[in-house]
Design a protein around this ligand. Structure first.
Ligand code: ADP
Length: 323
């Protein structure tokens, strides 16, 4: 094997650059050249790629986002687009392709592999909802950002004394998976957490907050995953039930920026090295992950079809800690 390609696709996530860097270095250690494909599958179709040297990628480990840029391409999903992408890969001598992204990006990789090009997927999404791995690149950074936000809200909340209890409603990312919400609720010391996996009752939540106020607490922080509810809708209900004027905060894309945490850099590097090894072993349609600290791999269809849900253990822990 002389040359491999790497692209980032779909939603960007902090730590993708650390992953690109490690791919280039692992390939170089085996005398393999790495082509960086710009703008995901769109760039692959357009032949937008260049050789990445170890020297060039050496300092990108702390950069957030992705130096290769990411894109979403509808054309790639067509027969014509797929053919173009495969032709460009062949023209540029790519013998194996590493795709860093989510389940949509992995579907694209599978389509490419049907033309005989080996593909390996690396999970990169802050939602941490991809099965086959305990962690996806970017999730830890997002949790740290939310945790930091909760601390900042605590700072102001505990300082200002007002007549009525104050409630802060924070909306975080997570359409189908409450991982960011529940882990940052625990780490940030929130008073309640709403996740898409578990049905909730706003009346019950308000009773819980009211009890805390009656016991002397002056403010409360609620974290809601976007897949459970939007905080603007939640505010209407909470304000009516508790007869207060709660405050909302939608973190949105803030959660996708900032320097990747050491943990995200570490798992991104681990997964990258394993991905290059798999290509060298002649494997295809595999997804790399990290479980119990070790780099592992599974059928890429597991990453496409199955979803990680938050564990019962972490939910139980949160239920104890919000009391
Ligand atoms: P993510 O990888 O984060 O889930 P998307 O679902 O937006 O993000 O997918 C990223 C890109 O992967 C799409 O723009 C498209 O080019 C490609 N892709 C997504 N779904 C498919 C599919 N079913 N078949 C082929 N390619 C796909």
């Amino acid at each position: 094997m002389k040359r491999i390609g790497v692209l980032t696709s779909g939603g960007d996530a902090p730590g993708m650059n650390a992953c690109i860097r490690a791919i280039v270095k692992a390939a170089k250690a085996n005398n393999i050249e790495t082509l960086g494909v710009y703008e995901g599958y769109k760039g692959l179709m357009e032949g937008k790629m260049e050789v990445l040297t170890a020297n060039y990628v050496d300092d990108i480990i702390e950069l957030s986002g992705t130096i290769l840029k990411s894109a979403r391409s509808a054309k790639f999903k067509t027969e014509e687009g797929l053919k173009l992408a495969v032709e460009q890969a062949q023209k540029h001598g790519i013998e194996g392709l590493v795709v860093i992204g989510g389940d949509g990006s992995f579907r694209g990789a599978c389509d490419v592999s049907k033309f005989g090009l080996p593909v390996i997927g690396i999970p990169g999404t802050i939602d941490n909802d991809i099965a086959g791995t305990e962690y996806s690149i970017g999730a830890d950074t997002a949790v740290n950002i939310v945790t930091d936000t909760v601390s900042k809200i605590h700072d102001t909340a505990r300082s200002l004394i007002v007549d009525m209890p104050r409630v802060f409603l924070i909306e975080v990312m997570g359409r189908g998976c409450g991982y960011i919400a529940v882990t940052s609720a625990i780490a940030g010391g929130a008073d309640y957490c709403l996740v898409p996996e578990i049905p909730y009752d706003v009346n019950e939540m308000c009773t819980h907050l009211k009890t805390k106020f009656e016991n002397g607490k002056l403010y409360s922080v609620v974290i809601a995953a976007e897949g459970a509810t939007g905080v603007n809708e939640l505010k209407k209900q909470v304000d009516t039930i508790l007869n207060i004027d709660s405050r909302t905060c939608v973190l949105g894309h803030l959660q996708r920026g900032g320097a990747p945490t050491a943990f995200d850099r570490l798992i991104a590097s681990q997964m990258a090295v394993r991905a290059v090894e798999l290509l060298m072993e002649g494997k295809t349609n595999r997804m790399v992950g990290v479980i119990a600290g070790k780099a592992v791999d599974c059928d890429i269809f597991k990453g496409i079809n199955d979803k990680n849900k938050i564990s019962q253990e972490i939910v139980r822990l949160n239920n104890i800690l919000i009391s």
